[in-house]
Design a protein around this ligand. Sequence first.
Ligand SMILES: [Zn+2]
Length: 400
Amino acid sequence: MAIVISHITHLECPRCHRKYSADALSTYCVCGSPLFAKYDTTQAREDVEKGQFPSQVNSMWRYSQLMPVKSPLHVISLGEGWTPMLTPRRLGKHLGLKMLRIKDESQNPTASFKDRGLCTAVSKHIELGVNEFALPSAGNAAVSMSAYCAAAGAKATIFMPADTPRPFFDECRLFGAETISVEGDISDAGREMNKMNGDWTVLSTTKEPYRVEGKKTLGFEICEQSGWRVPDIVICPTGGGTAVIGIWKAFDELEALGLIGRERPRMFAAQSGGCAPIVHAFEKGLDTIEPWMNGRTQALGLRVPSPFAGRLILQALRRSGGGAVAVADQDIVEIKSMVGKMEGMNICPESAVAIAGLRNLLESGKIDYDEDVVLLNTGNGSRYTNLRGSTQDTTTIDSQ
Ligand SMILES: [Zn+2]
């Protein structure tokens, strides 16, 4: 697989603009903001002119010039990214939309969009000499990090809320990770991890610079798969917010490369009303997130009481002219089941929240029925055995 080298130059704080080396281990800025990787976009633009960007690789590594890993030897790939943009015609018609597309991230190696970020973060840290990792996770990120650590021959320690469904724990163990179960939510899991203070590098959401770089490729793919055209609307189910931040960052880089112009989609974050810190902050006009106490939702990936990158998430939503929407948790099972029957897709509950959010935004007139909407299905629903009333009894016929 021909992978060209990265044009990464350094890391930079989007808030105070302090610069950091991309060749040393970094967490976040001294000012408390996440760090962004920066690239030599003049060189990357020359690659575009020579027809070398993107490459022909059928994974997210087709954009390796704008990825942080310098040597192809350090890329630990399981074939992540370059997922299909589906056109769910029956669902689109049901919602009354002229053009709905679903970026189907369930078709990633471990069946969720977490693979993009964790593939990138594990690979870059392997390049920097790390071989032991830890992570607090609501489920999918844990499975993903465990898989990439296995492929890299690195050690993974996972901290998950005790009520995370068994299949998540089982799959992490299948990949050789050590799993620790913690009473509470993902923040409590993070606190336990910090207390244990192991000899590991932590890959928590936006507390290291590279998961965002992987998620960014979602934005590249959405544009490339639309013929380098930007959709009107992008809807992301949002917990920690890496997808919102990464996709937003992607458009600036594509513009610097001359692949798109100044146009941007309106970005919307969808959350469950049971844990909606981003919606609350957006609606109150706040710049930062107030922690959501005792959050409860069946969409486990959205049970993030206080996303670390709150300021950047709110900025992206506001600058795009989009917004944030909360939906009733009771709608999740109904929508998941409806999409199953209409489209043959087993979407995750987080994406059911995004579809319910889209329905609300259409009904309230915040999105027009003739706009071009891209919605993320962030993962496959099969591990979520927590969902109540999600299966109906099968009729059994007595053969005697
Ligand atoms: Zn800073």
